[in-house]
Design a protein around this ligand. Structure first.
Ligand SMILES: [Zn+2]
Length: 367
């Protein structure tokens, strides 16, 4: 086959592989696959690559003939070994070279003559078996094949960047897949959920593009109109029952996490030190002297106060109202600051001063 057909076939396999197996295509590995797909014809002096490396192509052809040694499994193994150092840079680079080389052999089997895949054995491999269906180099049939490959390359290009599952997801908008995607990528990027749901309590239809803040019981926690709410399929666990959901990836996310020992402190003391212009979420458990009835701990709440334990999940100052001034007997929380690219890390220091709030007598037995 001619140069263009080999490059196009290698491109289709490269992009098709990215679509099916989910590796991220990039120009370097794509170029490696394309160049590698030309290498086997180094045994043919008139080919482009043969002309470039005439000092190799002339003796190769004279000694072995075209489509023998360089079109065999022996050569594939040799290329795989020689290209191995590329794995140090990126495993995909190595795979692209070996795959690109192999794609040439596969395509050449469609030639009238086929290839000596098992060289030095003289067994010649062709496909399909019927000679009439095989393709002569530079024929009209090859031009048609090339056109089909080019159309496939263009069609696969956007799909390969999404991956098959995500491309399907863009179509299906399955909430379960959105949750699975979020679990797979959690902490790497900002995400929005394009959501159509019904409100568990009011049955109102909710349509939003809600920022995702975390996971809750096989579902997600999102900010709907700035308020954290759980989306999922269980009426006991979630506020919003999803109809369709699609995860939309935003900018890269960096999370700065600060552990705070809460003993003797109040949440007011904590949030007063947090710059409220920043995006932050507080997670953790705090024990206090106050006793409240057992809360419904199955339904997501940013603050669940049950007995003497207050559990915080993706809580912010606005959700802490009734509990701000309770003094903690013990417990620790983590404040997560979510940073956008280029955003300065947060300076956060509670100081070493003893907590200002006196510890009430009823807490003494905890200390
Ligand atoms: Zn060839």
């Amino acid at each position: 086959m001619t140069l263009g057909t080999h490059v196009a076939f290698a491109s289709v396999l490269y992009l098709g592989g990215a679509t099916l197996f989910g590796y991220r295509p990039d120009l370097i590995s794509w170029a490696l696959a394309a160049v590698a797909s030309l290498l086997p014809d180094i045994d043919l002096p008139p080919s482009k690559i043969g002309r470039l490396f005439w000092f190799l192509s002339v003796p190769l052809e004279r000694r072995f003939g075209h489509r023998t040694l360089t079109h065999s499994l022996v050569a594939v193994v040799a290329v795989a070994v020689l290209a191995w150092p590329l794995t140090l840079l990126h495993p995909l680079y190595w795979g692209s070279v070996v795959g690109g080389y192999g794609s040439h052999l596969w395509l050449d089997m469609l030639n009238l003559r086929g290839i000596d895949l098992f060289w030095p054995s003289p067994i010649r491999l062709v496909t399909p078996g019927n000679r009439n269906w095989r393709i002569a180099v530079g024929s009209k049939a090859e031009m048609m094949l090339l056109s089909v490959l080019l159309v496939l390359t263009v069609a696969l290009y956007p799909l390969s960047h999404l991956g098959f599952r995500d491309a399907l997801q863009a179509l299906l908008k399955s909430f379960d897949i959105a949750v699975e995607q979020y679990q797979r990528q959690i902490g790497t990027h900002w995400y929005d959920l394009e959501l159509v749901a019904s409100d568990n309590l009011t049955l109102a239809r909710v349509t939003c593009r809600c920022p995702v803040v975390g996971l809750w019981k096989s579902g997600l926690v999102v900010l709907q109109d700035g308020k954290p709410r759980a989306v999922g399929k269980s009426q006991q666990n979630h506020h919003l029952l999803p109809i369709t959901g699609r995860l939309i990836e935003g900018e890269p996310l960096a999370v700065q996490s600060v552990r705070v020992e809460m003993k003797g402190r109040t949440l007011r003391g904590l949030v007063s030190k947090v710059d409220q212009r920043r995006v932050y979420f507080i997670n953790g458990e705090v024990q206090t002297g106050r006793i409240e009835p057992i809360a419904n701990i199955d339904l997501y709440q940013p603050v669940a106060y049950s007995g003497q334990t207050m559990t915080l999940r993706y809580a912010r100052a606005s959700e802490l109202g009734p509990w701000l001034d309770l003094v903690a007997a013990k417990g620790e929380v983590f404040v997560q600051f979510w940073l956008r690219p280029g955003e300065q890390p947060v300076y956060f220091d509670l100081g070493n001063d003893p907590p200002a709030d006196p510890i009430p007598a009823e807490l003494r037995r905890f200390l």
